[in-house]
Design a protein around this ligand. Structure first.
Ligand SMILES: Nc1ncnc2c1ncn2[C@@H]1O[C@H](COP(=O)(O)OP(=O)(O)OP(=O)(O)O)[C@@H](O)[C@H]1O
Length: 228
C-alpha cells in the first residue's frame, strides 16, 4: 500500500522497446492534484513512459507502482481495472467516428460496467458540462473542430472519475489558442485533485501554465525542478 496521496511511484525503472533500452533508472513520484509535464526531443521516450503507466509497455526493471498496483507484477486480467482508474488522452484513442458524442461516452460507460440508463445519462451530462461541451451531445465527431473533439476525448477520460489523467501531446494537432484552452481545462481538472501528466513539445505552454517539468534525455528522466 502506498502512503496517502501518492498516486504513482517509479523507482529505478527501465523501459525497452523491442531490444532497445529507451529509458533507464527512472525515479518519479506523483501526488494527488499534481500537474506534471514530460518534455524531451522526438523519440526521447515520452510516449513510452506514459504508455508504461497504463501497462501498455512492460516494466523491464525496477519498481513501478500506480495506485496499489505493482506494474512489474501485474496480471493481464488486472489491466482493465488499472485502466478504469486512469483517464487516457492519447492519439491512439480517438473517438468512434460512426456515432454521436453521447453514444461515444455511453459506449465507454457500458464497457466499464454501467447499466442504469438514468445514471449513464447523468454522468454523460456531468462530464460534458465539465469540459464546456453540453450543447454538443448529439453531434457526430466530424461535426466538431479539433479542439472540440479533444474536449470530448477529455470528457471521455473523466467518465469514471479517474485519480490520474495521462495526456500524450494533447495539443499536438491544435492551433496555439485552442491548445492553450485545452491545457487550461487540464489545469482546472488537476485543481480538483486529479493528477495530470502530459507530454508536450510546446515550450510556450510549459512557460504559460505552471507545473512540474521532467525531461526525457539521454535515456533518462531528468527532474528540471530539482537539478542534481
Ligand atoms: N512500436 C515500437 N516498436 C519499437 N520501437 C519503438 C516503437 N515505438 C517507438 N519506438 C522507439 O522508441 C523510442 C522512443 O519513442 P517514443 O514514442 O516513446 O518517443 P517520444 O519522446 O514520445 O517521441 P515523439 O515526441 O515523437 O512522440 C524511439 O526511438 C522509437 O523509435
Amino acid at each position: 500500500m502506498m502512503s496517502e496521496g501518492i498516486l504513482l511511484q517509479y523507482t529505478g525503472v527501465q523501459l525497452n522497446r523491442e531490444e532497445n533500452i529507451i529509458l533507464r533508472d527512472v525515479d518519479l513520484k506523483v501526488n494527488r492534484g499534481d500537474f506534471l509535464y514530460i518534455i524531451g526531443k522526438v523519440g526521447s521516450g515520452k510516449s513510452t513512459l506514459l504508455k508504461s503507466m497504463y501497462a501498455e509497455i512492460p516494466i523491464e526493471k525496477g519498481d513501478a507502482r500506480v495506485f496499489d498496483y505493482r506494474l512489474q507484477d501485474l496480471k493481464r486480467k488486472e489491466i482493465p481495472y488499472l485502466r478504469r482508474k486512469i483517464g487516457i488522452v492519447f492519439q491512439d484513442f480517438q473517438l468512434l467516428i460512426d456515432r454521436t458524442v453521447e453514444k461515444n461516452l455511453e459506449f465507454v460507460l457500458r464497457a466499464t460496467g454501467w447499466k442504469e440508463k438514468g445514471a449513464i445519462s447523468n454522468r454523460i451530462n456531468e462530464v460534458l458540462v465539465q469540459v464546456g461541451m453540453q450543447n454538443k451531445t448529439y453531434k457526430m465527431p466530424h461535426e466538431l473542430s479539433g479542439g472540440e473533439q479533444q474536449r470530448i476525448v477529455i470528457a471521455r477520460a473523466l467518465l469514471n472519475s479517474p485519480l490520474l489523467i495521462l495526456a500524450d501531446e494533447p495539443t499536438g494537432n491544435l492551433d496555439p489558442e485552442t491548445g492553450s484552452q485545452i491545457v487550461d481545462l487540464l489545469q482546472q481538472i488537476s485543481a480538483t485533485g486529479t493528477a495530470v501528466i502530459m507530454s508536450t513539445h510546446n515550450y510556450s505552454i510549459v512557460q504559460t501554465f505552471p507545473g512540474r517539468i521532467m525531461k526525457c534525455e539521454e535515456m533518462g528522466l531528468v527532474d528540471l525542478n530539482h537539478p542534481a
